[in-house]
Ligand binder design. Structure first.
Ligand code: GLN
Ligand code: ZN
Length: 758
């Protein structure tokens, strides 16, 4: 009999219950007991949803982050927290977010660094290691939850992060090789597996997703060392990989001494036959056949046809699951009662994905006749999506077909453009500007919400927003900024704003996905060919421009960022979707230009985070993403100045492609790194203009003129002053006017001082 199991379930609850429980606790409105009770109730609810699976994950639930949980299981806390008084829960939130409710009144401790979990938008707390890092087992959480799961009536399968991936996730202080810790770590893992076996579990899911990345010889050896050390364990280990193909690690993954292997059979489908051949005949093969990273229904009939011969070969050794934890999709489609019914019928969230698994299991074990009706319904949904005129727009497809390489070429090279722009714009040296948004005040949010709920008229909404735009323009004039912006008051979110106006996009009400801790995002769903029915930003921008004689910068979000922050189509390559988006935004660029807007910024905040996990695939990604940007941006006249903005500053390995984008000006985040990150621009002789951020907008602190002059002077050591701009790190929407005004006043004063020096 084929088994169905799950690797992990969303933690926050159908209605984000955990978010609210956490935030209430942090605000001291509730007690630790209240929080733990809510958490236990959520776990029970999740187990109920998964009840009839053959194995149900335990330990996938987390109060903040599963990597942090693993650090606690390994007794691995930063030294600065260990010394503080308090309960384990206090320590936990201190590492997670710099403070526990017990700490109010003091300034807290440095929170652990956060970074993205592989190529997802989930962020984990990076474990810190150094030469004297020690580990000490604390298996209580897992042992308790195994008992809890049993009393909820499910068969528990504890989930842990494997020792090699755990070390790989750690960050070592300069120069220290974290692999040296493996010898200390393995005995603790050995004890942990013993305790899990003592608590009666049969299988343990050991996550080793780094097996889908390119590993050097030391890391490959670490896998051998680790799993040979652990092979005596009484619990059976399911070595679990996800987010991609095993590639050159396939043979090694097959042969490590464990009882089973889970692979991502969505992204790695082409490898499955090789796996079936290579896997020793006593091992279980768990195939992640349901996409855990996207929200589309699976074509179950096609999948069953593909699975049947594999099932024949593997028999009981075949397990079925989603490709990865369901953490990365929203919980339950049932809540989306307002969604367009046709499109809704094409979707599956976490709960529905488990139904798909059950159906597959029944069909394989008892024959398709037993589930004929459900399979027919699935076939109808798949056919409806495939044929829908809402998905397929022949005009858009033709336009993409007709793209030629000259579409992405500016008319003249940068030096020629720069001269013409200098004449047109008449900017001083060290020109000042901002990244686009100004504070999103409660008034702005209220007005937007009221408009959305149809409580205020269109006219009132427009006049309120115009009032905000006017305020932003007046303040910028008073400050003496050189290139102004309209302030983005009308935008809830830089992707949603555009998605809502493009054909081919859909928005859910409860489609939340955890980003970090209690924070969630609600990625829009890009379901069809993308078209721009009418201009999206023109009216606001033209209005703002009418208020001032200074140059005013139009603000757009770029195609790659829109793509990377949405759930996108799985029926065509991402590249094709990006090109459709590029054509739509290109029209917006040209409309703005035609209306006289001669500075246009196209934000590509998320270009870097879309880089594939394997380096060997980077260039391909960079090729089509840069093409998409060029198509968007480069249809303009020489006198129109194109800006782009990126929310980071590590460009070392992609600088060539950044330069290929050929934006006249790029603004980046540099204030915290003291401009060292500009080295790569210097070494590469980056040819165009750069605005290295001098104002860290992530803190309420107000940078002084002197600090900003010092930062810009450092920048000028690396980049010729005539190509430097002065601007904040990012948009100002999360800040308050009281913070923004003095900071920008200092920034303008800094630019004036620099002009005196330069
Ligand atoms: N233009 C956007 C803003 O200013 C850019 C935001 C971002 O880069 N994340 O808010
Ligand atoms: Zn930014």
């Amino acid at each position: 009999m084929a088994k169905a199991h799950n690797l992990g379930f969303p933690r926050l609850g159908t209605r984000r219950e955990l978010k609210f429980a956490l935030e209430d606790y942090w605000r001291q409105n509730t007690t630790a007991d209240d929080l733990l009770t809510s958490a236990a109730a959520l776990r029970a609810q999740n187990w109920e949803i998964q009840a009839d699976l053959d194995l149900v994950p335990v330990g996938d639930f987390s109060l903040y982050d599963h990597v942090l949980d693993m650090s606690f299981t390994l007794g691995h806390l930063p030294e600065r927290v260990r010394q503080l008084k308090g309960t384990e829960l206090d320590h936990y939130f201190r590492v997670a977010r710099g403070r526990s409710p017990a700490d109010c009144g003091c300034s807290g401790v440095a929170a652990g660094e956060m970074t993205k979990w592989f190529d997802t938008n989930y962020h984990y707390i990076v474990p810190e290691v150094c030469g004297d890092t020690a580990f000490l087992l604390n298996s209580q959480r897992l042992v308790d939850q195994i008992a809890e799961a049993r009393s909820a009536g499910v068969t528990p399968k504890p989930v842990i992060i494997g020792p090699v991936t755990y070390l790989w996730l750690c960050k070592a202080r300069s120069g220290y090789d974290r692999l040296q810790l493996l010898q200390n770590l393995l005995p603790v893992y050995g004890q942990l597996l013993e305790q899990l076996a003592d608590s009666g579990v049969d299988w343990v899911q050991v996550d080793e997703p780094i097996l889908v990345t390119e590993l050097d010889a030391d890391w490959k050896l670490a896998f051998e060392t680790a799993y040979h050390h652990l092979k005596g364990s009484r619990a059976k280990l399911l070595l679990t990989t996800y987010f991609g193909v095993l590639g050159e690690n396939l043979q090694q993954a097959c042969n490590l001494p464990v009882a089973g292997l889970h692979v991502d059979a969505v992204r790695g489908r082409q490898e499955v036959n090789a796996l079936v051949d290579w896997l020793p005949s006593h091992k279980v093969l768990s195939l992640g056949v349901i996409d855990g990273r996207n929200i589309w229904k699976t074509d179950l009939n096609a999948l069953l046809e593909w699975l049947a011969p594999i099932h024949e070969r593997l028999g009981d050794r075949l397990w079925l699951a989603a490709s990865c934890s369901l953490l990365h999709v929203p919980v339950d489609l049932e809540l989306e009662t307002e969604l367009d019914p046709e499109i809704r019928s094409w979707l599956a969230f976490a709960v529905q994905k488990l139904d798909e698994l059950r159906l597959l299991r029944s069909a394989l074990n008892h024959g398709t006749d037993a589930v004929a009706e459900q399979l027919a319904a699935n076939a109808r949904a798949i056919a409806s999506r495939r044929a829908s005129t809402r998905v397929h727009n022949p005009t858009v497809k033709q336009q993409v077909q007709a793209i030629t390489s000259d579409l992405g070429e500016r008319r003249s090279p940068y030096p020629v453009r720069a001269e013409r722009q200098a004449v047109a714009l008449q900017l001083p040296r060290y020109p000042t500007t901002t990244i686009g948004s100004f504070p999103q005040t409660t008034d702005i949010r209220k007005a937007r919400l009221a408009y959305r709920k149809q409580e205020i008229s269109h006219e009132l909404y427009v006049s309120t927003m115009k009032g905000e735009i006017e305020r932003a323009v007046r303040e910028q004039e008073k400050l003496g900024l050189d290139v102004l912006v309209h302030g983005e008051a009308e935008r809830n979110d830089m992707v949603e704003y555009f998605g809502e106006q493009l054909e081919g996009y859909l928005f859910t009400r409860f489609g939340w996905v955890q980003s970090y801790g209690s924070r969630c995002v609600k990625p829009p769903i890009l379901y069809g060919d993308v078209q721009r029915p009418s201009s999206m930003t023109l009216d606001w921008t033209v209005y703002a421009r009418s208020l001032t004689d200074k140059p005013l910068k139009g603000m757009l979000t770029g195609p790659v960022t829109i793509l990377n922050w949405s759930f996108v189509r799985d029926d065509q390559p991402r590249r094709d979707t990006a090109l459709q988006l590029a054509l739509a935004i290109r029209q917006e660029v040209l409309d703005l230009e035609a209306a006289g807007v001669n500075v246009i910024q196209i934000d590509e905040a998320a270009l870097r985070e879309g880089l594939p996990l394997r380096r060997s695939q980077w260039q391909d990604y960079l090729d089509w993403t840069v093409d998409a940007f060029r198509i968007t941006a480069n249809g303009v006249r020489d006198t129109t100045q194109i800006h782009t903005h990126m929310c980071y500053s590590e460009f070392n390995d992609i600088i060539r492609d950044i330069a290929r984008m050929d934006a006249d000006v790029i603004t980046i985040e540099t204030s915290r790194s003291a401009m060292e990150l500009l080295d790569v621009f210097e070494e590469f002789h980056y040819p165009n203009e750069i605005g290295p951020g001098v104002y860290d907008i992530h803190t309420p602190n107000i940078p002084t003129k002197e600090q900003m002059v010092a930062l810009m002077s450092k920048a000028a050591e690396r980049i010729p002053a005539e190509r430097l701009w002065v601007n904040p790190d990012c948009g100002l929407k999360t800040r308050r006017w009281e913070e923004v005004l003095p900071a920008l006043e200092n920034m303008v004063a800094a630019a004036r001082e620099l002009r005196g020096i330069a």
